[in-house]
Ligand binder design. Structure first.
Ligand code: SF4
Length: 334
């Protein structure tokens, strides 16, 4: 895309995600497909936030590989490096400088009062580190360093963005400037995808996930393990698709006719759960086929993926350096 085409876009989007390695259907339906769609109308900056990951990690041995695998999935899913910037957070160290400067205008009490901090401190009482407290400040630095005006977040993330906006206001007020932009929330429908256990949000750590990059056979096996309507015990019992996670996935991966058929036949026991899952597995594999083919192509040249990430970091750093020059000037650093 040419720069003139780019300039017609509505604004600049920033999104960050921790390097969790191979992505699953929850990541795809909840975020990645939205990232891909946003490229049409926005300048998009997608960041793999490895520094954020350090706040909760006991071991970093998989950090590099997980960052690579995640980039591979994003690229294979359709994030276009020629249109969007995709990079690794720590490759643009200016973010840590901005984090330090923004931390001076952030009251400590506000950070320790945040429900997310309290929750994390509960989850890892052995490791309530300084980075964990400052996490929202680093997140603010991520967004404002690149002058992103739009941040796509689910409604549950709204308080985080409001926090970022407050930090920006404090900075601009303290230094009597307007160099930092208050990001706007782009409320996005981010469906909560339930795992194969039928209960909890799909997550790698709970091992209730279906990886996008799995083989068709692995995908089929995972789908067959899915928990269905718990009240449907025998094949002859009518089921309720509205409480069945298999049906939720059908809604994303099956044709309207198939969705209608399952909705009807499940309720009158006209279809069994095994057959219903086989249909879902087939449709899932068909939908993921182009993604998997592209992933294989990218994976054949790992150096090419690292090159894309390095190039993304270089482009991101051009913006970052400019912002930091303005910030240093505004603060009055000698
Ligand atoms: S038939 Fe399908 S939708 Fe109905 S309970 Fe079984 S798996 Fe769920």
């Amino acid at each position: 895309m040419t720069s003139s085409q780019t300039s017609k876009k509505k604004g600049r989007v920033f999104s960050g995600a921790r390097p969790t390695g191979r992505q699953h259907l929850g990541n795809y339906l909840g975020a990645i497909q939205n990232f891909v769609a946003l490229q049409e109308n926005y300048d998009c900056i997608h960041c793999i936030v490895d520094l954020h990951a350090l706040t909760t990690m006991d071991s970093t041995e998989d950090l590099r590989q997980n960052s690579y695998e995640m980039a591979l999935d994003w690229l294979a899913a359709g994030i276009r490096p020629e249109d969007s910037i995709i990079f690794i957070q720590s490759h643009v160290p200016e973010v840590t400088e901005l984090h330090t400067i923004l931390s001076m205008v952030t009251p400590l009490g506000k950070l320790t009062d945040l429900p997310t901090f309290k929750e994390k401190a509960r989850q890892q009482p052995h490791n309530v580190n300084y980075g964990l407290v400052g996490y929202p400040v680093l997140m603010t630095a991520d967004i404002v360093l690149y002058k992103a005006d739009t941040v796509p977040v689910g409604i549950d993330q709204a308080p985080h963005l409001e926090f970022a906006r407050e930090v920006v206001r404090s900075f601009n007020y303290r230094y009597n400037t307007n160099v930092l932009i208050e990001p706007q929330m782009k409320a996005t429908e981010m469906p909560k995808v339930i795992g194969i256990d039928g209960q909890q949000k799909m997550s790698k750590s709970l091992n209730n996930h279906i990886e996008m990059a799995s083989t068709p056979e692995e995908t089929q096996a995972r789908v067959m393990q899915m928990v269905t309507d718990p009240a449907r015990i025998r094949r002859t019992d009518p089921g309720d698709p509205d409480v069945c996670n298999v049906f939720s996935l059908h809604k994303n991966f099956s044709s309207p006719e198939e969705i209608e058929m399952v909705n009807l036949e499940c309720r009158r026991a006209g279809i069994g759960c095994v057959q219903c899952k086989q249909l879902l597995a087939r449709n899932l594999n068909t939908s993921l086929e182009p993604f998997r083919a592209r992933r294989t192509e990218f994976a054949q040249k790992p150096e090419g993926v690292w090159e894309i990430l390095r190039d993304g970091a270089e482009r991101a750093q051009v913006i970052a350096k400019k912002t930091m020059a303005e910030v240093r000037e505004a603060v009055g650093l000698p």
